[in-house]
Design a protein around this ligand. Structure first.
Ligand SMILES: Nc1ncnc2c1ncn2[C@@H]1O[C@H](COP(=O)(O)OP(=O)(O)O)[C@@H](O)[C@H]1O
Ligand SMILES: [Mg+2]
Length: 359
């Protein structure tokens, strides 16, 4: 989606990834397939481009450093290093005074037992690195869950978090350009299923106070990091209306995909503008909007009925071009716009249910 925006504005895109025929590669001018640890390939790549950015935060720091020897990298490698590891990210947030879920660093089973008794049941054990879409997480509801949760880590560094009985989850997608101008898309409301984002809609149903506080926190995080590009801050909103930062995404985020169809400037175009040294575009929302994810699961009964999902003209279909529709894998999304966010959610969910070829 970033590459589509870049091509629209006449930029040529060279993508680097360990895979071939990737969603980005299908749209880019040039696709380099190499391991992120192949520093010769990274350096050759960096010498062929004018600026480097990411759509995935788990690029090893060593690869980013190698690219930065030749060319500007946005967001900076240091920011990527902080945000690609839950422990570093949470430590950064809490030491700068941002509200986060209570957490403890875990290195061994004894430490886990101690941390569980401190944080209480239920709690969630998460690997510090390489987690996404709920991968690398296990919920600990009682003593019997401790050993299997620890065994599931395979000795990876991890974080134990108190489970937050949240009222809802929200996010702020925002961007800052190289001159320090900041824009945001307001508050987006998110619903997860099996720890995977399912539905997002904007505007979120939150009070003015929560809206202002969420945006203030996002702005302060961008400021503290000296961030250039699009950033997403994911929050839990507790039942007593407190905002806790759950995690940061140093890139366009799934909850901001609705900006592609619903806003004057999408989160991907903001990323492009920011990293290329252009001014940011308007974040105005044309109409309230909703996005529902399409996971590989929808292929279970055969090829989804795309045409039927589009019988409502307010529905837009996005398919990413990932080659294999695995269960739980994000393959695309549907966006709907309407007079209200609630109506947009209804339209998008109905469109998704019409995809089932057996229905
Ligand atoms: N401490 C927690 N309390 C309550 N729910 C949680 C907690 N941690 C994760 N979750 C649920 O799992 C989802 C995914 O977790 P998250 O930490 O955002 O990891 P990722 O998105 O990288 O997989 C969250 O959006 C939330 O729905
Ligand atoms: Mg998340």
């Amino acid at each position: 989606m970033f590459t589509i925006e870049a091509r629209k504005m006449g930029y040529r895109v060279h993508t680097f990834s360990p895979d071939s025929d990737t969603p980005t590669g299908q749209v880019a001018d040039i696709e380099t397939q190499a391991d992120y640890h192949d520093l010769l390939a990274v350096r050759t790549f960096a010498q062929s481009v004018d600026v480097v950015t990411f759509e995935f935060e788990n690029v090893p720091a060593i690869a980013v450093e190698a690219a930065a020897e030749f060319i500007e990298v946005h967001p900076r490698g240091e920011i990527l290093h902080t945000t690609q590891n839950r422990l570093r990210e949470k430590t950064f947030l809490s030491s700068n005074g941002f509200p986060v879920t209570p957490f403890q660093r875990i290195t061994d089973l004894e430490g886990l037992r101690g941390a569980v008794s401190e944080l209480g049941y239920p709690c969630v054990l998460k690997t510090a690195g390489f987690g996404y879409d709920g991968k690398g997480q296990s919920k600990i509801s009682n003593e019997d869950d401790i050993d299997p949760a620890f065994a599931g880590l395979n000795n990876a560094e991890s974080v134990l978090e108190a489970f937050v009985p949240f009222e809802k989850e929200v996010s702020v997608v925002c961007a800052q350009d190289q001159a320090g101008n900041f824009v945001h898309y307001g508050v987006i409301e998110n619903e997860h299923r099996n720890h995977i984002l399912d539905v997002s809609f904007a505007p979120a149903a939150v009070s003015e106070r929560v809206f202002a506080e969420a945006v203030d926190i996002a702005r302060a995080i961008v400021d503290t990091l000296g961030y250039v590009g699009t950033l997403c801050v994911e929050f839990f909103l507790t039942t007593d209306e407190r905002l806790l930062v759950n995690e940061l995404a140093p890139r366009p985020h799934n909850s901001g995909h609705l900006t592609f169809d619903a806003c004057i400037t999408s989160q991907f175009e903001q990323q492009l503008r920011a990293v290329c040294g252009l001014p940011l575009g308007s974040v105005d929302l044309h109409r309230p909007a909703a996005m529902v994810n399409l996971l590989g699961d929808i292929w279970e009964n055969g090829e989804p009925n795309w045409a039927r999902s589009l019988t409502d003209p307010n529905v837009k279909l996005h398919i990413y071009g990932k080659l294999e529709p695995r269960k739980g894998r994000k393959m695309g999304h549907l966006t709907a716009t309407a007079e209200s966010a609630r109506e947009a959610v209804r339209i998008a969910l109905e469109a998704r249910s019409r995809l089932n070829p057996l229905s």
